[in-house]
Design a protein. Structure first.
Length: 94
C-alpha cells in the first residue's frame, strides 16, 4: 500500500512538472484521476497480458486490480496536495 501511495505522489510530481501554473488542488485531482484510470484499466486484464511480454508494462501499469490500491492512491494524492498547500515560513530578517 505504501508503494501505491508513493506512486500517486510521483504522478503528482509529474503532473506538477508538466503543468506548473496549475493549482495544487487541480494537480492533486489530476494525479488521483490518472491513478484511478490505471487501476481500473487493470480490470480489463490487458496490463497482465502485456506484462508477460514486456516487463516494463508491469512496472508502469501493474497487473492486478486491488480496491485497496484506490484508497492508497487517494491518500498519496491527498498528502502530496496538502504538503504543496502548506505555507513555508519566510526567512527571518536580521
Amino acid at each position: 500500500m505504501l508503494g501505491d501511495a508513493l506512486n500517486a505522489v510521483m504522478i503528482y510530481l509529474v503532473v506538477a512538472f508538466l503543468l506548473p501554473r496549475s493549482s495544487a488542488v487541480a494537480i492533486g485531482a489530476s494525479a488521483l484521476a490518472l491513478c484511478t484510470l490505471v487501476e481500473l484499466f487493470q480490470l480489463t486484464g490487458l496490463p497482465a497480458l502485456g506484462a508477460e511480454s514486456f516487463w516494463r508494462v508491469r512496472l508502469l501499469l501493474g497487473t492486478g486490480f486491488d480496491p485497496l490500491d484506490l484508497m492508497a492512491h487517494a491518500v498519496g494524492a491527498d498528502v502530496a496536495t496538502a504538503s504543496d498547500l502548506t505555507p513555508t515560513p519566510s526567512p527571518r530578517r536580521t
